[in-house]
Design a protein around this ligand. Structure first.
Ligand SMILES: Cc1cc2nc3c(=O)[nH]c(=O)nc-3n(C[C@H](O)[C@H](O)[C@H](O)COP(=O)(O)OP(=O)(O)OC[C@H]3O[C@@H](n4cnc5c(N)ncnc54)[C@H](O)[C@@H]3O)c2cc1C
Length: 596
């Protein structure tokens, strides 16, 4: 049986598959503190005043011209120091507070990317790997936006395979400078950046290093602004480095270890992306529901039709899970960070370790929330009918802007494979024991004892029982795949993706269930229906993904036995999901927005 007794344990990355989580140990959207609410509100006030009126400008290249000035205005209000320690001019907020900020700041049309790079990708390399001198030299000026930064990893021939980049830095004869040559592509904020975190190979090194490169060093030129399908007002350019002299002191972290820097910065970026897209989905939901309440056809508001209510129910369930995922992950990260601080570690070192611990969950959050965002926006656009297809409509801007979120910060395909790869690496390193629970489940399968005893019939007891069953089904398939295919598994991408899909959906459902369980005093009926919708979706998804995975690597009697086990574990009793969606829809139609 899967262990659910975790009341006293510190959360551990990837362990959600085999362990339960105490609902009281996680933080949720409802748990924002007064301080976090005030921060969000002041950012929202800034956005309402300064960005909303320029929404159209940010849907054009014109936005790239005004973004730097607006970034400076944000800096004047102190927002850009959210993750930076006080000694460098910031206010060293915990991770949940950083996400509270980026939920609203990164989701204001194309300008969100400018704010995002300056407070995430364009500062994280220094926060995580900078030495004292480097931090002191640059961080205070990044916080005030006196220095605007960007993150240069991708090259024309090196995208997902980032470590294959050709940019090269050669140590000069005097041993004082690296002479940097190369070309980077798709660089957000490059148009206004003064500081470039550049990943390049030094001399004949096999792996990347990371250099801090100031524009003032000379030899840097830019391509034209990319004409993109969305986020048009965010600067995206090629960057060319021609014999740029970079002082040797500007090597960030260790030589040849730049890929590790890139990966860890992206872990942070992924969970922040998962957070900001949640707010995009909420904005789209509001646009959709406002329109559906106003638009009449056949003599009625279209929001009164079952087909529209079906959409509203599904959209709301997705958003409920999106919020639950990023808040839960943030609280796990903060919990580990607090423990490391208590053990005597420096705060900046703990940040790296606590986020790295939850790299699986960060990747899950990125994939789930970017796809849920696309789903919600697509449905909101559909609710607008022809008006949604007009390029004048705001929902069509969201539609075009959202598409990038499944591509950058690691494509969703790469992230899916990483999720499974990272999980099995933890197992191989002895950090996670999947084998003992797998052996128990295999023995239960042979003894026809897979199902847990029936509960008292209460909502939470039943939902938790189903959650345990879904975890067992996922573990059974993932564990059997690893045992049978061993090293060959990493070549079987289709199977990896099936397994990742099970894990993603499982984490989404569990996060939503924990949230509902923690906040039983608030709109319980609606929350239970939202959770139920997610539970049925998860069971159906795991049934399908697990089945297809098993088809791919088992056969004969073994296949039949495993398929039967998956069917047993993913079976749920009949429930009127149509009514559940209608109940949820009625609630949100009245609210005329996503508000719980
Ligand atoms: C608007 C925008 C802003 C960006 N901002 C930045 C930035 O600020 N800094 C930066 O460094 N980069 C940035 N990027 C680059 C972005 O991170 C890359 O586009 C992304 O990593 C994918 O790389 P690629 O475009 O070369 O696609 P490719 O790697 O060529 O991938 C193409 C397709 O093949 C799939 N694929 C690739 N490899 C595999 C594999 N091993 N197995 C299975 N499928 C695979 C991918 O999933 C994808 O579907 C930005 C990109 C855009 C479009």
């Amino acid at each position: 049986m899967i262990n659910t007794d975790t009341a006293t344990e510190i959360a551990q990355g990837g362990a959600f598959l085999i362990k339960g989580t105490n609902p009281q140990s996680i933080s949720t959207h409802e748990d924002y503190t007064e301080e976090q609410k005030m921060l969000r509100q002041s950012v929202l006030d800034f956005i309402d005043k300064k960005i909303e009126p320029l929404q159209k400008t940010f849907d054009s290249l014109e936005g790239t011209k005004i973004a730097p000035q607006l970034l400076e205005e944000m800096a004047e209000l102190g927002f850009l120091g959210v993750g930076v320690p006080e000694e460098y001019g910031g206010f060293a907020a915990n991770f949940k507070t950083q996400l509270a900020f980026c939920e609203v700041a990164f989701s204001c049309y194309a300008f969100g990317l400018t704010a995002g790079v300056q407070t995430s990708l364009g500062v994280a390399p220094l926060l995580l790997y900078g030495n004292k001198e480097q931090r002191a030299q640059y961080l205070p000026k990044i916080v005030t936006a006196e220095i605007k930064s960007c993150y240069c990893l991708t090259e024309p021939s090196a995208g997902s395979d980032a470590n294959s980049g050709k940019s090269k830095a050669v140590l000069n004869e005097a041993g004082t400078h690296y002479i940097l040559n190369g070309q980077k592509m798709w660089i957000t904020s490059a148009g206004h950046a003064d500081l470039f975190f550049v990943f390049a190979k030094i001399d004949d090194d096999p792996n990347l290093s990371c250099l801090i490169v100031e524009k003032s060093y000379g030899g840097i030129s830019l391509g034209a602004e990319e004409d993109k399908m969305g986020i048009k007002g965010s600067s995206t350019r090629m960057v060319f480095f021609e014999n740029v002299p970079v002082p040797i002191e500007n090597l960030l972290g260790e030589r040849n270890k730049g890929f590790k820097i890139a990966v860890n910065v992206l872990n942070t970026g992924r969970i922040k992306l998962a957070t900001s897209v949640t707010n995009n989905a909420k904005k789209a939901f509001k646009l959709g529901i406002n329109y559906a309440n106003e638009r009449e056809q056949f003599g009625k508001a279209i929001s009164s039709f079952g087909a529209i209510q079906h959409k509203i129910g599904e959209m709301a369930a997705n958003i409920y899970a999106m919020e639950a995922i990023f808040c839960r992950t943030a609280s796990h990260i903060d919990e580990v960070r607090d423990k490391l601080v208590a053990d005597g570690l420096e705060i900046l070192d703990t940040k790296f370790k606590s986020i790295a611990e939850f790299s699986i969950e960060c990747a899950i959050a990125k994939v789930h929330n970017s796809e849920a965002e696309s789903f919600v926006i697509d449905e909101a656009l559909q609710m607008h009918g022809g008006m949604g297809y007009s390029s004048e409509s705001v929902i069509s801007v969201h539609y075009r802007n959202a598409r990038i979120n499944r591509i950058y910060e690691g494509t969703n395909e790469i992230n899916r494979m990483l999720i499974v790869d990272m999980l099995f690496r933890k197992v191989m390193k002895g950090k996670l024991d999947l084998m003992a629970p797998l052996m128990r489940i295999t023995s239960e399968m042979k003894n026809d004892a897979l199902l847990l005893p029936k509960t008292d019939g209460s909502f939470f007891a039943d939902a938790n029982r189903s959650l345990q069953h879904l975890k067992k089904a996922t573990l059974l398939v993932a564990g059997t795949a690893a045992q049978k295919l061993m090293t060959q598994l990493k070549e079987e991408q289709e199977i990896l993706i099936h397994l990742a899909n099970c894990l993603i959906q499982l984490y989404a459902f569990e996060s939503a269930l924990l949230r509902t369980e923690k906040h039983q005093d608030k709109n319980l009926e609606v929350r239970q229906e939202l959770t139920t919708l997610l539970m049925y979706k998860t069971a159906a998804k795991i049934a399908q993904e697990a089945q297809e995975a098993l088809y791919a690597f088992t056969e004969g009697e073994e296949a039949e036995q495993l398929l039967q086990a998956v069917q047993t574990l993913t079976h749920l009793p009949p429930y009127n999901l149509k009514n559940a969606r209608r109940k949820v829809a009625q609630y949100f139609i009245e609210e005329n927005q996503y508000k719980l």
